[in-house]
Design a protein around this ligand. Structure first.
Ligand code: GLY
Length: 393
């Protein structure tokens, strides 16, 4: 009987978690814009000292950290500026977005990373949608060609990293699902289906090998390119090989949602629904919807959260809600996350060098970027705010 009552209380609580939450998008955008004015000033000052460092990434130990265009996060700052332009239609943001987007352009030729979706598609994809500038389209197509060189036909996946050859041979990380958007768009622009086919192969192989029966995902799957078999399943940024690293789950959700957007393949929708259910039915995530950095860290609750995972999840859920029968549940969960982020996770005005959100975790095992502001949290937060208003990708 007691168990039954507890179960019922649990059910009511998780249902209450879905109760309507209001997000004041106009107010949230206005304060994010003020923060970003501060950020732009700090970026410009830092670039006077070191012009090769083009984008703001984080604040660590009180220090403002800028990165060069080769960093996987370099595109988020200009991509955020495009979102301010999308929301306000103010020429001020258009000019800023154009200016900082140029700094990332040369990465279209970078064949040493799988992160070209983040680096190139963020700024140039958003830029193209808002301006129809053919130069931006050309950059996207070239970046898709560069990314395609990392595809191996035997394994059927795109290689993520070239580093740490002692730990793995052909590592593929769940984050890599995010780069498929670039390939899908390149096929739309060119009519060349080879990009689309690579994206499909990568998504299908990842669906087969990267997920546990509960739809949580491993971070790294290492492949043997001679046989195409899986060599190992590991983590790099999570608590352990068998744990569920929070941002990895968010990348997976977002990745299969976008695959469904381009293909209408019901298998991708089912995968995204399964991942959403894993995230949303967690008994470990606190009531505000912002997950701990890893679902299986035994030190929970005395560990950092990851606001970036929450922002990515909220944005993905708004899109998934437009495809899924669980639309109400997803929208309510996304609203709850967004309401928490915008009221409890934002920087004080002018603080954190102008970053919008606090409390993300970058790479805890490396003791790096723990409980900090970080550019990709800000980017997906703005995207989620836009999507909550019906903005379509
Ligand atoms: N893609 C790297 C990360 O999520 O930290």
């Amino acid at each position: 009987m007691k168990l039954k009552i507890n179960l019922m209380v649990g059910l009511v609580l998780s249902f209450c978690a879905c109760k309507a939450q209001k997000v004041d998008v106009a107010k949230s955008f206005a304060s994010a814009a003020k923060q970003t004015d501060v950020l732009v000033k700090n970026v410009d000052s830092a670039r006077l000292v070191k012009p090769t460092l083009v984008s703001p990434r984080t604040v660590e130990n009180g220090q403002f950290k800028m990165v060069n265009s080769r960093d996987w996060t370099s595109g988020f700052f200009p991509a955020e500026l495009w979102y301010f332009y999308a929301y306000t239609k103010d020429k001020k943001w258009l000019d800023l977005a154009k200016k900082y987007t140029e700094d990332i352009k040369k990465e279209q030729f970078n064949k040493g990373t799988h992160d070209l979706g983040f680096m190139i598609y963020g700024p140039f994809g958003n830029g193209y949608k808002l301006t129809n500038d053919p130069d931006y389209m050309a950059v996207i197509i070239q970046a898709a060609k560069s990314l395609s060189t990392r595809f191996n036909t035997k394994a059927g996946v795109i290689k993520s990293w070239d580093h740490n050859g002692d730990k793995w041979k052909y590592p593929v990380i769940i984050d890599n699902m995010m780069n498929l958007e670039l390939l899908f768009e390149a096929t739309k622009f060119t009519g060349d289906s080879s990009f689309y086919k690579i994206a499909i192969s990568h998504a299908n192989t990842t669906m087969k090998n990267h997920f546990r029966p509960d739809f949580s995902s491993w971070h790294v799957v290492d492949y043997d390119t001679l046989s195409g078999n899986v060599r190992n399943k590991l983590t790099a940024q999570g608590y352990s090989n068998e744990s569920a690293w929070a941002r990895g789950q968010a990348w997976a959700l977002y990745g299969y949602t976008l695959c469904y957007r381009y293909t209408h393949n019901a298998a991708y929708l089912a995968q995204a629904n399964g991942i959403a259910n894993f995230i949303l039915s967690s008994k470990i995530t606190p009531e505000d919807g912002i997950p701990y950095w890893d679902y299986n860290d035994p030190q929970i609750p005395n560990v950092s959260r990851d606001a970036s995972a929450a922002a990515i999840t909220a944005s993905a859920l708004y899109e998934l809600a437009t495809y899924s029968k669980e639309s109400k549940r997803y929208k309510a969960a996304a609203n709850k996350i967004l309401s928490s982020l915008s009221t409890k996770y934002t920087s004080k005005p002018g603080a954190n060098y102008g970053f919008i959100l606090e409390h993300s975790t970058g790479h805890r095992p490396a003791k790096s970027e723990i409980d900090v502001p970080i550019n990709y949290a800000d980017y997906y937060y703005l995207e989620a705010l836009l999507r909550s208003k019906g903005f379509k990708q």
